[in-house]
Design a protein. Structure first.
Length: 345
């Protein structure tokens, strides 16, 4: 029996690197050799709770990790069409019939190999050219999350937008907004190095929200508007929460002009009291953005076209031999922007 290394949750805030059976593809499946896999906040969430509530009766069980892979096909089942060994692919984690890859499903992509069940181009995988490094291609999944948030915002070229949170999703949203032709995009965060990255990928301005008055700065940047009562507010049209902290919602409600929108793409870790009266006075539209209903492969072509720009989102590349260090880094607040684990040829 051939085996492979695979990463799963261990004790709280620990991973286990285990030997598991290397999958054998059936006639409708393909086998992918992982060449790069990103680490996401969802991975660290499972680590924080020491597994996932996917056992009988909601019991905690180990979770195979990794849902941001890029790699190459090494075996193809006889009934799989349009795919061959050697093709470089990115994956739709939600396209696996046995459950979401790396998020409670049977398989995780932080492994030497990944079984692509019922493999179908455009549904399970899509092919990308060798002009794009595997580590950048591994951004496909989080960039689809960011793209969906931008799509949900319905941002138009004349809009003025602020994004709270300069992590990969927030920065990805900034890139998509600028590629969409949006006039002015501001990124707010509390970490100076992330704000530098925001400018490097095309944000028009940044705000260090630990040091600056966000509302006053937005008024400087976006001009002055008003809420339904005529009270002065920044002229910002769209607020995007890619930080997931209550202060973002509160700041938005306090700052929003009449008819502004708030798009929530980050997961709020705990509930927050919201000033509903403040929302009413601005007729603030609250829009939730979850996952990527259609965007998972819609983004691939533009990532290929602009891959050098997207590469700036990666702060750390860590070899799989040091995967424990990669997750330690991911668990350390503020230590890394985007970590991609790379696998040997």
């Amino acid at each position: 029996m051939a085996t492979m290394k695979s990463v799963q949750t261990g004790a709280v805030d620990k991973i286990d690197v285990v030997d598991v059976e290397r999958p054998v593809p059936g006639p409708k499946d393909a086998l992918m050799k992982i060449r790069a896999c990103g680490i996401c906040g969802t991975d660290t969430f499972f680590l924080h709770i020491g597994g996932g509530p996917f056992g009988p009766g909601g019991a905690m069980v180990p979770v195979p990790l990794g849902h941001e892979p890029a790699g190459e096909i090494v075996e193809v089942g006889a009934e799989v069409e349009g795919l061959k060994a050697g093709d470089r692919v990115v994956v739709n984690p939600q396209g696996a019939p046995s459950g979401i890859i790396g998020c409670g499903g049977r398989h995780g992509a932080m492994s030497d190999y990944l079984l692509l069940e019922d493999c179908e181009i455009g549904k399970s995988v899509t092919v990308f050219p060798d002009t794009v490094p595997f580590d950048v291609a591994a951004l496909n999944e989080p960039m689809a999350v960011a793209r969906h948030a931008v799509n949900r915002s319905e941002a138009r070229p004349g809009d003025k937008v602020v994004i709270f949170g300069a992590g990969p999703i927030g920065l990805g949203a900034a890139i998509w907004l600028k590629l969409r032709g949006v006039e002015h995009v501001v990124v707010a965060d509390v970490i100076a190095s992330r704000l530098e990255t925001a400018l490097a990928v095309g944000a028009d301005a940044v705000i260090n929200s630990a040091e600056e008055d966000v509302t006053a700065r937005l008024t400087e940047l976006h001009g002055q508007g008003a809420n339904a009562l005529g009270q002065p507010r920044p002229g910002t049209d769209i607020y995007i929460d890619a930080a997931g902290v209550a202060a973002v919602v509160n700041t938005t409600v306090d700052s929003a002009k009449w008819g502004a929108k708030l798009v929530m793409v980050a997961v709020q870790k705990k509930g927050a009291d919201i000033d509903l009266g403040g929302m009413l006075r601005s007729e603030l539209t609250l829009i939730a953005s979850q996952g990527y209903p259609t965007e998972i492969f819609e983004v691939t072509r533009e990532i290929v076209e602009h891959h050098e720009r997207f590469a700036k989102l990666i702060s750390h590349r860590v070899p799989f031999a040091e995967v424990g260090d990669a997750f330690e880094l991911a668990l350390t607040p503020g230590a890394a922007e985007k970590i991609v684990v790379t696998f040997d040829e």
